[in-house]
Each structure stands twice: as C-alpha cells, then as structure tokens.
Design a protein around this ligand. Structure first.
Ligand SMILES: [Zn+2]
Length: 207
C-alpha cells in the first residue's frame, strides 16, 4: 500500500501489530481515529501508556493490580487459607463474576506446554509452592482448563505439594462443561456451581 502520509503509515504499522488486526482493518481504524476529536485520540493514547507503565502484578497472587498487592489479597474478609489456582487473570475475572468463591487466587500465567516451550520455570509455580510451605494454606483448588496441558500442570503442582507435612486438601473444580472448554467461556452459573461442588484432586487422577 502507498500512503500519502508517513504518520498515517506509522499508525497503520503499529495498529496492525495487534492480534487479529490486518493492514486493511488498521487503515480503517487509523482513518477513524483521524476523524475523531483530538481529545478522544489523546485519551486512547494516554490509557495505553498508563496500561503499560502503571499496571502491576500482585506480588502475592500475580493478579493484575494498580497496587503492589491486589484488592482480593488485601481483603481480610476473604478466606486466605483457600487458594484457587488459575491460568490467567481472565479466569480470576470469570470466577469473581460468579460471586461464589471467597478464597484467594494464584495466577500461574499459563500452562505447562512443552510443545510451546513453556516449562514449569516459566510459570508462577515456585511462589505458589513457597506459599503453601509456609503452612497457612488449608486447600488448593485446581481450576485450570481440562486440556492435556491443564492436567499436566495440575499434576506437576500436585506432586510438588502433596508431600508437604501440613494437612493440605487438594481439589479440582467439578465441571459441567466438556473437556477442552476454556474456563473463561464457561457460563457463570455452571462455573459457580463447579467451584462449590469441587471434588478431591485424587478422584480426577482415576479417570
Ligand atoms: Zn493478589
């Protein structure tokens, strides 16, 4: 494509780096922005810079937060002895939406997937194991998607914590949805119920 403006070309270049956005869509978006009032484009640009520079990771659970510790971890009315292990922050949002869970979370940041070059070291597993070994945790709920990678990750963590000398309960969420469905897409009622009706992790190993 030939452009009459290098600024337009640059904007299209940047926008088209976003997932799912081709050059044509990028052109449409850039021309749209060009037509908007100055303030709107400035607000968009500022929000993107803030997103990248101000958003932090909770140092306790790796959830996204504007503070060092997220609101869920800070909330003393939640049960800090129950940790729900999830793949990413979208799962935290999905489970929070159900309003059925009152424990805290641990966000792994992915699943073990040798095919994609993701090993345990690339995930927030060490901090989870360390937290459990401190001894204040009574239950760990595995809430990863029931894919092969999810199962592998659950089992890896289970092996790490199973021999801890504390009476630790491990469970998986009982899922009313078919294998391979991502947690994020489960409807709220099904997901809420599946957390309340969680099953001992050992049971899932027999299947
Ligand atoms: Zn947190």
């Amino acid at each position: 494509m030939e452009f009459s403006s290098k600024y337009l070309e640059r904007a299209i270049e940047e926008i088209s780096l976003l997932p799912g956005i081709g050059k044509r869509t990028a052109l449409r978006l850039a021309l749209h922005l060009l037509k908007q009032p100055q303030s709107q484009t400035t607000d968009l640009a500022t929000s993107l810079v803030d997103l990248k520079t101000k958003v932090k990771q909770c140092k306790n659970c790796h959830n996204i937060s504007d503070q060092d510790v997220c609101g869920i971890c800070k909330n003393q009315s939640r049960d800090h002895s129950i940790i729900c292990v999830v793949e990413d922050i979208r799962d935290v949002m999905a489970i929070e939406n159900t309003e059925q869970y009152k424990g805290i979370y641990h966000v792994l940041g992915g699943k073990i997937s040798p095919m994609d070059g993701v090993g345990p070291q690339q995930l927030n597993i060490e901090t989870l194991v360390a937290k459990i070994k401190e001894g204040d945790v009574n239950e760990v709920i595995f809430a990863l998607s029931s894919t092969m990678e999810g199962d592998t990750t659950n089992f890896y963590i289970y092996k790490q914590i199973q021999n801890s000398k504390y009476a630790l309960k491990t469970s998986t969420i009982a899922r009313g949805i078919s294998i391979g469905d991502e947690l994020e897409y489960a409807d709220e009622i099904t997901l809420g119920r599946s957390i309340l009706q969680r099953v001992p992790f050992e049971n899932s190993l027999k299947n």
